[in-house]
Write a protein that binds this ligand. Structure first.
Ligand code: NAD
Ligand code: GLY
Length: 370
């Protein structure tokens, strides 16, 4: 099958580790547009989960047949709570069981959980084998499949164990978004909303004006939002692959959000929900510490609410939030560093007085802890 329009292509410029992101409606069914970009490998392992594999694995396997000597499939359990060592080991077990070698390529077919674990498996199996991201959630298409952060969670800290390891190719089929549950669509919108306040005010204005089209899954609106998000992420990652500096701004809302995820237990709140609420907290902190305009803070909060995301945090103790945030990867010598918006469309990473952080959390939680 051929596409109605040729796929959009965005390139991540990282020297020898550069790679394309292909975007298109029905891309998975149009291998002519991407087959020649596949890595030179003889065997393939599709890594997916019990929800996504029944929807898309057969189609992918069919498009890959003829290109690889063998194509295996592993279905992992579905959920953030399975983004851990035990599940990762199942990928290694399968690779060893199928005699996978350095000419085996992994395909991550699913959302960010599958993508992060598959990428980490690819980074570490035989010290590195190629992998292709095939993101099927909005969140994975606009954020997690791009940029090479891979890894798993630790019970005490989100994404604490992992590696920077770039994929060979990212294949974003926008048609897969039509089977996504509403709650997951909203979670992806959180990461789209993120790019505006930190980097591109015009994109923030556009998302604000088009949020109803996005929640209604208007294909043209989703295509624009995914494309612009990938462009921004490609620019930032191209400047700072290993988060020595500017890449940290992509963690806007994540310091609070990761504390929510770990504090409640992984899987209770979706990652995007925690980030959405975390951005409300981070925007308020930005007003207190950087003097961000209160009107803009209200616009951010209202947009997050309209995206169907929570704007009030769970009733964890404030001390518990702080304890969890101290193990954030941006913390230095136990001092928490926050991404803050210093003016609309621009962000910085800096510390904040503890009493101000405590007040912001207390103001943004659902209720007092009994
Ligand atoms: P997810 O991977 O858990 O997927 C969400 C749910 O949607 C799952 O139940 C999944 O089975 C289902 N699903 C996936 N595609 C579907 C489809 N097309 N139709 C129907 N159901 C579908 O969650 P996510 O939001 O995609 O990713 C969150 C993860 O990504 C977190 O672990 C987070 O830490 C990570 N992340 C990583 C990066 C990075 O740079 N590596 C960036 C952001 C987030
Ligand atoms: N999601 C943050 C990053 O990729 O840096």
């Amino acid at each position: 099958m051929s596409l109605r329009h040729p796929p959009e292509q965005i390139r991540i410029q990282l020297g020898a580790r550069s790679y394309p992101i292909l975007l298109g409606e029905g891309l998975l069914g149009a291998p002519d547009s991407w087959q020649e970009l596949l890595p030179d490998a003889s065997a393939a392992l599709i890594v997916s989960n019990t929800t996504v594999a029944p929807l898309y694995a057969d189609a992918l396997r069919q498009e890959l047949s003829g290109r690889f000597r063998s194509i295996d499939l592993i279905e992992l359990p579905d959920g953030e709570q399975y983004k851990n060592w035990e599940t990762l080991n199942r990928i290694f077990d399968r690779l060893i069981g199928m005699h996978g070698d350095r000419s085996t390529v992994l395909f991550a077919l699913g959302g960010g959980v599958v993508g992060d674990m598959t990428g980490f498996a690819a980074a570490s199996y035989m010290r590195g084998i190629p992998f292709v991201q095939v993101p099927t959630t909005l969140l994975a298409q606009v954020d997690s499949s791009v940029g090479g952060k891979t890894g798993i969670n630790h019970p005490r800290g989100k994404n604490m164990i992992g590696a920077f390891y770039q994929p060979h190719l990212v294949l974003c089929d926008l048609a897969t978004l039509q089977t996504l549950p509403d709650r997951e669509l909203s979670a992806g919108l959180a990461e789209i909303i993120k790019y505006g306040p930190i980097y591109d005010l015009a994109f923030f204005d556009w998302v604000e004006a088009n949020i109803d089209r996005l929640t209604a899954r208007d294909p043209a609106a989703l295509a624009h939002a995914v494309k612009r998000s990938c462009e921004i992420k490609a620019e930032v990652v191209g400047l700072d692959e290993r988060e020595g500096g500017v890449r940290a701004i992509l963690n806007f809302g994540h310091t609070f959000g990761h504390a929510i995820e770990a504090g409640l237990g992984y899987g209770k709140w979706l990652h995007g929900e925690a980030v959405g609420c975390g951005m409300v907290m981070a925007a308020r902190l930005s007003a207190e510490v950087c003097g961000l305009d209160a009107g803009f803070v209200r616009r951010v909060e209202e947009l997050i609410r309209r995206a169907g995301l929570p704007v009030r945090g769970p009733a964890l103790e404030v001390d518990r939030y702080l304890e969890l945030m101290r193990s954030d990867k941006k913390a230095q010598a136990g001092e928490i560093r926050f991404v803050m918006v210093d003016r609309p469309g621009s962000a910085v990473t800096r510390t904040a007085p503890e009493d101000v952080v405590r007040q912001v959390i207390a103001d943004c939680r659902i209720a007092e802890v009994a």
